[in-house]
Design a binder for this molecule. Structure first.
Ligand code: EAX
Length: 323
């Protein structure tokens, strides 16, 4: 009796040691600050993974491009030197070209439309395209609708954009569209943007209110226009080999954690969109709220015809008309 009790406690103790040492640490990164819609996303993800795997997996969180810009982080995940990243789709077409269509300007009516497309069959099919490229795309998340800022003048219509030198993401669809609006495009990784704005290397940039606030662009930009010219999705990407190694139950835990992360991330985008204009005005920005979007759409007609050829009009319409 005594002996078997001893054996039992020994087994328990050994088991404990084994499970404690069996903790696997993984890294996840974002390019914005911790206090942001993306920060809320990865903090939630880390907490949920740890909770749902009883601490067998620990997710280390890295903010503000500490592990590199978005393209570098995606590359690191593809190589497997970093397990996870939450990134905008900006640089993603270089890896999975099928995502390009989502970056077409004025494609989505509002966030509800965009979220429905991403969470529906079109978006879910697209997530599967990542498998063949070394990724497991766990979920769509969100940056939000992008708006333009600059240091030179109020932008009320596309005529005010002519000749403005603007930083863009390293995204071919954005670059083609912004050129069509008369912008002088300068693609650049996100971690370099604040300094480029500060030093006047570029006049402006475009990002959702969430990113503008989290990155304190109000300190180096005077004029904001709510152009909402393109919806910017985010993705939670994982290294495919790292995901494949998980047990079936742990795979579910990671996928569920990603869903919770997306919920928290989207809620924060909503909050930032609700508070952003007042907050940025209080920091000294002028905000043009009533931008005539139809003028932008009209000016983009030739570029859009190009996009329809490239992506198929039927595919674009399927997204536009999705209910
Ligand atoms: O994902 O590069 C960008 O402008 C992105 O919107 C930013 O890194 C947040």
């Amino acid at each position: 009796m005594k002996f078997s009790k001893l054996l039992l406690s020994l087994t328990l103790a050994l088991g404990f040691v084994a499970s404690a040492s069996a903790q696997t640490v993984m890294k996840i990164s974002i390019s914005t600050a911790q206090n942001s819609h993306q920060g809320v996303g990865i903090d939630t993800f880390a907490r949920e993974v740890e909770k749902r795997t009883n601490g067998r997996y620990k997710i280390q969180t890295f903010y503000s491009g500490a592990l590199g810009g978005e393209r570098e982080s995606i590359e690191a995940v593809q190589l497997g030197t970093q397990e996870l990243t939450l990134t905008s789709t900006g640089p993603v077409p270089n890896f999975v070209p099928e995502t390009k269509i989502l970056d077409v300007p004025f494609l989505f009516r509002d966030k509800a439309h965009a979220r429905a497309v991403l969470d529906g069959p079109i978006g879910q099919e697209m997530l599967k395209k990542f498998d063949a490229k070394g990724f497991k795309a766990l979920a769509w998340a969100e940056n939000g609708f992008r708006h333009m800022t600059n240091s030179k003048r109020d932008v009320k219509g596309p005529e005010d954009l002519k000749g403005l030198k603007m930083r863009t993401m390293e995204n071919p669809v954005h670059i083609a569209a912004y050129k069509g609006l008369g912008i002088v495009t300068t693609p650049m990784a996100f971690p370099e943007v604040f300094t480029a704005l500060q030093q006047g290397t570029v006049d402006g940039q475009e990002n959702p209110l969430s990113v503008i606030m989290a990155s304190k662009f109000d300190q180096v930009q005077k004029h904001l226009s709510l152009t909402g010219h393109v919806y910017s999705p985010c993705l939670i990407l994982m290294s495919k080999p790292a995901f494949d190694k998980l047990s079936a139950a742990d795979k579910t835990a990671f996928l569920e954690a990603a869903k919770e992360a997306t919920k928290a991330n989207r809620a924060r985008v909503d909050q930032d969109d609700a508070n952003g204009v007042a907050e940025l005005r209080s920091k000294g920005m002028t905000v043009i709220e009533n931008v005539d979007k139809s003028k932008f759409v009209a000016m983009l007609a030739p570029v859009n015809a190009e996009f329809e050829k490239q992506f198929g009009k039927a595919n674009i319409d399927a997204i536009r008309n999705f209910k």
